[in-house]
Design a protein around this ligand. Structure first.
Ligand code: LLP
Length: 423
């Protein structure tokens, strides 16, 4: 459920006409709904009320400081995967005791920063990483709380680029390796193995892969107990899918019920790392039609948003619903909706039937709140879009549109120095 609805033929973000925001702030423009964001967090979190748990929102899905602040104020923790995400989470006021740190390539400096912030847990993905965390923690006279990320070899039945729990994926440790790693962790002085972690993939539309992974982890948990390793945290990652088109993912309540049922006899705190299900349908990307162009085969609608603004269609062939901001045109057209970037892969939709639009009209790409702005780039020297947060009838600019000066700011010094190469 989200608060982007049509009233009197006009798309609104909560109580604000989207066209007004586009007129004030220009396009392409990301617009988020704060009420949707809070509602999604609450719906997710309350699905697990029957069990001791923590909801650690996955920062990568949408890392705008204001998004993080709203979620932190509503009680969420965060799942981070870099020093940059740690910096953002702390800056937004997330309680470090609710931060878990995932990712296969944590650098020494990132580990130091997280230890100094005293985060809850590191999700460790290799033996070498375990050794590095032990040594960095030793240098800082600290003990790092860790989980080992287990790769349960479960097929999440999603896009191959976002499957992470199959044995051919780079993530986590096999159960055999993890057993060795826990034994090693127990013997190391500066790590405390208190948790078990897995994340099998993203945009999952079935419950069964979650349950299959959990069953494997429960067997593994029993093996750890036999070795006197007491696990207090079980992190099942994120991954719950959303409706972009016709998908019918389980409601968080269904996931909550199934996991609560399966875990009720175990004395552990469940950690969840939802990203998309919290942020995805919280945002839209608004773009303006620049040109219509027809060739023998196709009609192209050329808009001012491109793959640098929303890369999901180009990268994964993802579907985003696209609709005019003003309803009421007569007739339909089947078009490719493309951006200005010089690549044929630059499209938001292909062979899509939409209501007839004209030059100057506004279109909204829905479900763009997760993995939208965060994956944007400046490719083709396109300044990144602005981001707006709406609540009720109010709105604030939560990220300014980048300027041409922003494009070159970090290069100015080099420009002054470059001639010295010839001296
Ligand atoms: N935890 C870990 C360790 C993850 O790697 C991810 C996502 C999440 C949690 C959050 O997963 P979610 O609840 O959002 O499914 N760019 C892709 C999605 C990549 C997901 C990467 N990991 C997309 O646009 O579909």
């Amino acid at each position: 459920m989200h608060y982007f609805t049509y009233k009197n033929g006009q798309l609104y973000a909560e109580d604000v006409p989207v066209a007004d925001l586009a007129a004030e702030h220009g396009t392409p423009l990301y617009i988020y709904s704060a009420s949707t964001l809070k509602r999604h967090l609450n719906a997710f979190d309350s699905a697990f009320q029957g069990i001791d748990h923590m909801t650690c929102y996955s920062v990568k899905a949408n890392s705008n400081l204001s998004v993080l602040k709203i979620l932190a104020q509503a009680g969420a923790g965060t799942d981070i995967v870099s020093g940059g995400e740690l910096f953002r989470a702390l800056r937004a006021g997330v309680d470090p005791k609710k931060i878990v740190y995932s990712g296969v390539g944590k650098k020494t400096v990132e580990i130091q920063e997280a230890l100094l912030a005293d985060i809850l847990l590191f999700n460790v993905e290799s033996i070498q990483e375990l050794q590095r965390i032990n040594s960095v923690a030793g240098d800082l006279h600290k003990v790092a709380r860790i989980s080992l990320r287990i790769n349960p070899d479960v097929d999440p039945k999603t896009h191959p680029y976002i499957s992470t729990g199959l044995k051919e994926n780079k993530f986590g440790l096999s159960r055999a390796e993890a057993l060795e790693a826990y034994t090693l962790a127990k013997s190391l002085p500066n790590v405390d193995p208190v948790g078990m972690d897995c994340h099998i993939g993203s945009q999952l539309t079935k419950l069964s892969p979650f349950l299959e992974a959990l069953d494997k982890l429960k067997i593994f948990y029993a093996q750890l107990r036999e070795r006197d390793i007491a696990i207090k945290y079980l992190d099942l990652g994120g991954g719950l899918g959303i409706t972009y088109n016709e998908e019918e993912p389980p409601h968080p309540d269904e996931l909550g019920q199934a996991l609560t049922e399966s875990l009720k006899d175990l004395d552990m705190t469940l950690i969840l790392e939802p990203g998309r299900v919290i942020a995805g349908n919280t945002g839209i990307l608004v773009t303006q039609v620049q040109y219509l162009k027809k060739n023998e085969d196709k009609l192209f609608v050329i808009v001012d948003a491109a793959m640098n603004d929303l890369v999901r269609p180009s990268l994964y062939g993802s579907y985003h619903r696209i609709a005019p901001v003003r309803e009421g045109s007569t007739g339909e057209m089947t078009v490719d909706i493309v951006g200005p970037i010089c690549e044929s892969g630059d499209f938001l939709a292909k062979n899509r039937t939409i209501p007839r639009v004209d030059q100057g009209d506004l279109l909204a790409a829905f479900s763009a709140g997760a993995y939208g702005f965060v994956m944007s780039s400046q490719y083709n020297s396109r300044p990144r879009a602005a981001e707006i947060m709406v609540q009720g009838s109010k709105h604030v600019l939560i990220r300014k549109r980048e300027t041409y000066n922003d494009l070159v700011a970090l290069e100015e010094e080099g420009l002054a120095l470059i001639d010295e190469l010839d001296d």
